[in-house]
Design a protein around this ligand. Structure first.
Ligand SMILES: [Zn+2]
Length: 69
């Protein structure tokens, strides 16, 4: 089944897949999970998974500006 009727447009990704990985343990995630913690360091966003966010909660709070909280 190499040829599908009207399926010529398929194959290309419409949008860039947001491949997020935990900045600490490298756990991949599809899109920004709501349970993950987003930390901005040096202008770049870094996401931490639920486990790492708990472990790094103190460090993240110290790095983040008060405006984020
Ligand atoms: Zn992690």
């Amino acid at each position: 089944m190499t040829s599908l009727p009207g399926g010529s447009d398929k194959g290309g990704s419409a949008a860039e897949p947001q491949s997020l990985v935990c900045a600490r343990c490298g756990t991949p995630a599809e899109g920004p999970p709501p349970t993950w913690t987003c930390s901005v360091e040096n202008g770049s966003r870094q996401y931490f998974c639920d486990r790492c966010s708990r472990e790094n909660l103190r460090a993240i709070e110290g790095r983040l500006d008060s405006a984020w909280w």
